[in-house]
Design a protein. Structure first.
Length: 65
């Protein structure tokens, strides 16, 4: 992981890790990522939009918290 100006966080993943994750996705087919956590619980999702006329920054996420 590298933190570089003006505020980026870069993650570097090894090829072997990516290959293993892709194998899990392909072998899992439609079951990949499925779980039962939260079943029966109501959830409210809101879309938080950034300012389309300016640069995106961390402050745009404040309403999503």
């Amino acid at each position: 992981m590298d933190i570089v100006k003006p505020g980026f966080i870069n993650f570097n993943l090894k090829d072997e890790f990516i290959k293993e994750v892709l194998k899990e996705i392909v072998s899992g087919k439609e079951k990949f990522g499925f779980n039962r956590s939260g079943r029966g619980v109501s959830v409210q999702l809101e879309y938080v939009s950034s300012n389309p006329t300016g640069n995106l920054h961390i402050g745009h996420g404040r309403w999503g918290a």
